[in-house]
Design a protein around this ligand. Structure first.
Ligand code: C5P
Length: 233
């Protein structure tokens, strides 16, 4: 885990809402409790994505563009290059070595996070795609390749984070979604608490619904920030 990251930047809030107006309302409600935001496909399709991006920049927020670029390498490289100079910290890409290389070569001031294997894919889905290997081994080997090729980190579940950190060392970022603010034993096996995520080696956590759907989102964010500060060594 990189110790140089300011503690308040380790919480990335996913703005999973359909309109830029709702996103701006959430940013305003959360105020100084949140520094880092993830904007994804839902907002992209609203038509106001870049207006919102500029709003975040003007508010001095950090931005994670989660559009999981996947296309022929030249197109992914050119798409990534379009983000250079726009105040974007992270962008996600998805794909094989040549796609990751094209992204890394064109990243400019953006840091590239690789999505290894979408967590929505299960054994049966991978069989359908023709991958017979073990899912965990595949995730780790894709992450190793991403690191060697020049990507800056990976998106990994709290459970995968530990193996990533052990195998890939400290010069590679691990960004972990699937966070539950409190321990729970429901059937969601892939979720972890903020403390577990950081113990396992995550550098950042991504939180959506536990903040968006809270009765008091700002208070929920403040409590998460406090939990993060306590969890960090
Ligand atoms: O579950 P929650 O609402 O906290 O999800 C936060 C964000 O993390 C969502 O935007 C979702 O797209 C993303 N996510 C992800 N990979 C996962 C789980 C969630 O990128 N495995």
């Amino acid at each position: 885990m990189a110790n140089s990251i300011p503690v308040e930047e380790r919480l990335i809030v996913a703005l999973d809402v359909p309109t830029a107006a709702e996103a701006r309302a959430m940013i305003d409600t959360l105020g100084d409790a949140v520094v880092f935001y993830k904007i994804g496909l839902e907002l992209f399709m609203s038509g106001d994505y870049f207006e919102l991006l500029d709003y975040l920049t003007n508010q001095h927020k950090k931005i994670f563009v989660d559009l999981k670029f996947f296309d022929v390498p030249a197109t992914v490289g050119r798409a990534v290059a379009q983000l250079n100079g726009r105040g974007v910290t992270f962008a996600t890409i998805h794909g094989n070595d040549s796609i990751m290389r094209a992204a890394a070569e064109n990243k400019g001031d953006v840091q590239i996070l690789a999505v290894t294997v979408l967590t929505s894919l299960d054994r049966g889905d991978l069989d359908d795609l023709g991958f017979s290997c073990d899912v965990e081994k595949l995730v780790l080997s894709r992450a190793k390749r991403a690191c060697e090729i020049g990507c800056d980190g990976v998106v990994a579940s709290g459970h995968e984070a530990k193996a990533m950190r052990e195998q890939l060392g400290h010069n590679f970022m691990v960004v972990t979604p699937g966070i539950r603010p409190v321990d729970n034993d429901d059937d969601q096996k892939r979720v972890v608490t903020p403390a577990q995520a950081f113990e396992n080696g995550a550098d950042y956590i991504v939180v959506g619904r536990p903040i968006r759907d809270a009765d008091d989102p700002r208070q929920a964010a403040i409590e998460l920030q406090a939990a993060i500060a306590t969890a960090l060594p």
